[in-house]
Write a protein that binds this ligand. Sequence first.
Ligand SMILES: Cc1cc2nc3c(=O)[nH]c(=O)nc-3n(C[C@H](O)[C@H](O)[C@H](O)COP(=O)(O)O)c2cc1C
Length: 341
Amino acid sequence: MSRPDLVNTFRERIAGGLISAPLAGTSDPPWYRLLAGEGINAFWTEMTTADGLLRGGRKTRAMLTQEPGRPTDPPRPLPRLYPDLGVPVVCQLFGHLPEAFAFAARFVELCGYDALDLNFGCPAQKVVRSGNGVALMRDPPLALEIASATLESTSLPVTAKLRLGFASDPRIFLRLAAELDGMGITALTLHPRTREDGFSGRSDWSAITELVGAVRCPVIGNGDVKAPEDARRMLESTGCHAVMVGRAFIREPWQARRMAQMLRGEEVRPEADWTGRVEWTRRHGLLLAGFYGEKRAMFKVRRFALHYLRGVEGAGELRRRMAVVADLAEFERLLDEALAL
Ligand SMILES: Cc1cc2nc3c(=O)[nH]c(=O)nc-3n(C[C@H](O)[C@H](O)[C@H](O)COP(=O)(O)O)c2cc1C
């Protein structure tokens, strides 16, 4: 398919829908499978370094080719990634070298992703210090050079994720967005906080409304959507094309189905009860183990278990034991015991 066809198809597939946000340390293949079937319209990968990819970092390449057994240096296009999910997976890249993005864009296309996202919003100190993430909003010419190098190197849809800008200039997003729109970007995500805000305060949804009115491309709204009603309110009040959710899914992944139901105008099913919370924990742990192996999976699942396992008497003690769980047998035993609480 040509880019215009791919772009139209991509835009249609996310229209009015729910997107799983890029989440470093969280949005990985087990995550997509955990939420598959919950009504998500697209998954964004965690951010991957374009510059590292160009340098030939094997870990970075393996992170992108993802599935065990796939070549980490594809000489030819690989089959599409995750056909079982039935929804697009968008690979997010960060970096600051246009030539790295050009290389990475070709690489990502060979790997079988459905689209590519440029990270212009990450506020983390170690990312910004090297001129990446939101630092690029201070240097619009470089951000545009990166977007242009990417667009020229792939026929995949290319999107970008922005913050407002900086406390000293919280309207940079409008200027940068207008330029990106003019270049033919497929969609823009706005997390309406400044770099200095980090995650504090409330995201300013009025900036999403403003952006919707200022560009032709679809705008994906993001920030502080915690419950089904928030998702609907964001879509309706800002006129955005789709809603992207991050932290609420880390805490309560069952909210995905509830939000999707709300957006589709269906009856919203109840919150997960205790048994549901235990089974979400089990499923996530097993998916992580299948992908990362037991040791790494148990380390990773602790963080999620601390969120999922809440709400009944005795849950505190269970979480304390989960916080140090080291093997699958112990993990399963704790969850079996949890069902009796
Ligand atoms: C743990 C964590 C990791 C994140 N990783 C990324 C990332 O890799 N790329 C990115 O663009 N944003 C990242 N974000 C930001 C989220 O994608 C999202 O913009 C932000 O959390 C606001 O949405 P929310 O209120 O729904 O969480 C991350 C946020 C969190 C909490």
